[in-house]
Ligand binder design. Sequence first.
Ligand SMILES: NC(=O)c1ccc[n+]([C@@H]2O[C@H](COP(=O)([O-])OP(=O)(O)OC[C@H]3O[C@@H](n4cnc5c(N)ncnc54)[C@H](O)[C@@H]3O)[C@@H](O)[C@H]2O)c1
Length: 367
Amino acid sequence: MRVLVTGGAGYVGSHTVLRLLGAGHDVVVVDDFSRGAPAALDRVEVLAGRPVPVHAFDTADIDALERLFDAEGFDAVVHLAGIKSPGGGGARPLDSYETNLGTTFTLLRCMAWYGVDRLVVSSSSAVYGDGRDLPHREDAPLTPVGPLGRSHAMNEQILRDVVADAGPALRVGVVRHFSAAGAHPSGTLGPDRTGAAAGLLTAIAEAAAGLRERLEVHGDDHPTPDGTAMRDYVHVDDLAAGHVAALAALGDADQQLSTWNLGSGRPTSVLELVRAFEEATGRPVPYRVAGSRAGDVPVSYADPARAEAELGWRATRGVEEICLDLWRWHQRHPTGYPAALAPSTPWRGGVGHRLRLVSTVPAVSSW
Ligand SMILES: NC(=O)c1ccc[n+]([C@@H]2O[C@H](COP(=O)([O-])OP(=O)(O)OC[C@H]3O[C@@H](n4cnc5c(N)ncnc54)[C@H](O)[C@@H]3O)[C@@H](O)[C@H]2O)c1
């Protein structure tokens, strides 16, 4: 299939592009590089041995997106452009709503205009919020606690409404990510951030490497065995494989919209993750317990049974492997990817130079 991947330069996106190429798909990326790194896609090309056309623009820019749809003739879209907030769900409400909803609107419009009828969309375990029925099942009521989780829950509602109104051809797969972690086993793809913005495991690696004095553990008074918050860590490469499996399953699914948890099904506390890292790498991790953060739910983990039954997917790697792969990446890239390429690099120049301009009158909507 010819697949558009939005947010393909990001953490999950770069691994997903590599997996899609490995499965034989042709991939085109749109990324505005607000967070993603051009170098990530250079490395994907090297690992895959194939070129990846990249277009640098905001997915919410409907004119640029329409030109791309007109030029490329996509069969499917994997939508990963979005805002994430590893430090809790409360940050940046306007950014969360504007990006996470605006990009969905433009994609759905262009898909309708150009008859593209397969869509895999990233959602988040944050839609379950502080839901107490654990593990989280896809059919549980959604109780997101912050703007980020609510933006994903709204996205899901929009998709349900659009699907209900569309003809039977439209197929949507919603994949609810649990906590993506680790790095590509090659050590060449990984999280492109430092500090809390890159996630707990990067903060642990920074403390182990002496790049920060110590890890701040947010709260040891949660109702968990050791008092620290528990999350479901899923290797980013397993997560990427889940998107490929979801795309493959769309054609066979009984329903027009399917929702799958992509998690390991195993909760790990912050202190358990620290210990797993120390054991896997042999490096001590200095830490201290600080106050809990508002909006942090105590425990979140997936029931991954539906993904296993319907996609044949499950997380294959545990926290030890996640820690080892992240440490390998971190030792080579303590501050993330190298700086961006110069803007003059031909294929990073944006959509205009490589596409013919098209009429602004859209094709007749098929749904
Ligand atoms: N990583 C996780 O643990 C996790 C958990 C739950 C949900 N998610 C969701 O999965 C998606 C991908 O997460 P990630 O970890 O890869 O994040 P990321 O920040 O690494 O990647 C997102 C990518 O999207 C791009 N982008 C953002 N806004 C854009 C726009 N308007 N137009 C074009 N490109 C845009 C960024 O430049 C970046 O390359 C996000 O929607 C996030 O909310 C991730």
